[in-house]
Design a protein around this ligand. Structure first.
Ligand code: KG4
Ligand code: ZN
Length: 341
C-alpha cells in the first residue's frame, strides 16, 4: 500500500509517498529556516502561515516526484502532535480534507514514534527488539521497541531536550539558529578535552536525562570569560558536545544492557550529530552490539517517517476520524504506540 505522509509539527512543511512503510518513492521538505533565522528561534505565528502557503505545493511536488497520481494513494498519515498547535493544525486539517475527498483511511501519528520509523526506511534496518535513543529538539528519551506498533519508554529528559541544549548553547555563542549542525561543524576545530563541562548522569543507574545544567554551565563559563571566550568558541562547542554525547551514549548502552538487547539505534534530529554517530558505532562494537543509524537526511523532520509509521498503524487497525484534533504536548495527547515501563 502507498501512504501519503504529511508533517508540519514545527518549522518544516513536508510530504512523502512511501510504499509498504519501507520504500521512499518521494520525500519533499520545505524548510522555514530562512524565515525564523533572524529571530534566533521558531516564531509560531510565522510558522503556521508558512505552512499554509507551502503545503499544497509540497504535496503536489511529492506526488510529481513519485510519478504517481492521487488514485494510487491507499492511505494518509499525518503528524498529530507533539508540536506547535498552529503548525500541526495546518497539516492535520489538510490531511483530513484529503482523506475525506479521496475516501481513503487516514491516521494521526505521534511525531516521536514517527522519528523511530525513520530506521525502517534504511536498507539495513533493525530487527525486533531493539533499544533506541530518540533525541530531537523537543524531546529526548529511550525506548525498547518490540514491534512496529509497540514501544516501551525506559527513560526521558526531566527538563530540556538534547537538541534544545544544542540550540540554546548556539544562541549563547551567537552561532545562529538552528544550532545543532553549527556546533557539530565548529566542534571539529576544537579540543573536546580543553574545557570540561559537567555530565548530568542524575544517577548512573537511572535512564532519565537532564540537560538544563550543562546549558547553565556554558552560560557561566561565557560570563566568567567575557573578554576572551570568543577566541575559544570551537573549544566550548567541542567541550559542550562531548559532555552531551558522553551522557547520551552511556545511557543508551545502559538501557540496552538492562534489557539484555544487542541492537541499539539512534533517531531524531540530534542523531545527525557526527560525534554521536562516531561514538555510538565505537561503543556498540565494544559491547558486541549492532548499531543502527538513520541516514542524516532522515534524522531531521520529514514526512517519509510519518508515512512509514502510518502504514503500520493503519495495518494494525488504527483510524482517525473527522472529530479528532491535534495535541501540543506529550502528556496531553495521543500516546501512540508508546507504553511506560
Ligand atoms: O527531530 P528534529 O528535526 O525536530 C524535532 O522534532 O525537534 O530535531 C531538531 C533538533 C534541533 O534542536 C537541532 O539543533 C538538532 O536537532 N540537530 C542537531 C544536529 N542537527 C540537528 N544536533 C546536534 N548535531 C547535529 N548535527
Ligand atoms: Zn522531529
Amino acid at each position: 500500500m502507498i501512504v501519503l505522509g504529511i508533517e508540519s509539527s514545527c518549522d518544516e512543511t513536508a510530504a512523502a509517498l512511501v510504499r509498504d512503510g519501507r520504500h521512499v518513492l518521494s520525500s519533499v521538505i520545505a524548510s522555514q529556516v530562512a524565515v525564523h533565522h533572524r529571530y534566533g528561534g521558531v516564531v509560531p505565528e510565522l510558522a503556521s502561515r508558512q505552512h499554509i502557503e507551502a503545503i499544497d505545493e509540497v504535496m503536489r511536488e511529492a506526488l510529481s516526484q513519485s510519478g504517481l497520481d492521487l488514485a494510487k494513494v491507499g492511505g494518509i498519515a499525518v503528524t498529530r502532535g507533539p508540536g506547535l498547535i498552529g503548525s500541526l493544525l495546518v497539516g492535520f486539517s489538510f490531511a483530513k480534507a484529503m482523506a475525506y475527498a479521496l475516501g481513503v483511511p487516514w491516521v494521526g501519528v505521534n511525531h516521536l514514534e514517527a522519528h523511530i520509523h525513520a530506521l525502517f526506511l534504511e536498507d539495513r534496518s533493525p530487527e525486533f527488539p531493539f533499544v533506541v535513543l530518540l533525541a530531537s529538539g523537543g524531546h529526548t528519551g529511550l525506548y525498547y521497541v518490540t514491534s512496529f506498533v509497540s514501544m516501551e519508554m525506559l527513560g526521558q529528559t526531566r527538563d530540556d531536550a538534547a537538541g534544545e541544549a544544542f540550540d540554546k548553547v548556539a544562541k549563547m555563542l551567537s552561532l545562529g539558529y538552528p544550532g545543532g549542525a553549527v556546533i557539530d561543524r565548529l566542534a571539529r576545530q576544537g579540543d573536546p578535552g580543553r574545557i570540561r563541562f559537567p555530565r548530568a548522569y542524575i544517577d548512573k543507574l537511572n535512564l532519565d536525562f537532564s540537560f538544563s545544567g550543562i546549558k547553565t554551565a556554558v552560560g557561566r563559563y561565557i560570563a566568567e570569560h567575557r573578554n576572551d571566550y570568543r577566541e575559544r568558541v570551537a573549544d566550548i562547542a567541542a567541550g559542550f558536545q562531548e559532555a552531551v554525547v558522553d551522557v547520551l551514549v552511556y545511557k543508551l548502552v545502559q538501557a540496552a544492557r538492562a534489557k539484555g538487547c544487542r541492537r541499539i539505534a539512534l533517531a531524531g534530529g540530534v542523531a545527525a550529530n557526527s560525534r554521536l554517530r562516531e561514538r555510538l558505532k565505537r561503543e556498540a562494537a565494544d559491547e558486541g552490539a549492532e548499531a543502527y543509524l538513520p541516514s542524516p537526511a532522515l534524522c531531521g523532520d520529514n514526512a517519509a517517517m510519518v508515512a512509514a509509521a502510518g502504514y503500520h498503524l493503519l495495518g494494525s487497525g488504527r483510524r482517525s476520524g473527522l472529530a479528532d484534533d491535534v495535541f501540543s504536548r506529550k502528556a496531553s495527547g495521543d500516546a501512540g504506540s508508546f507504553t511506560k515501563s
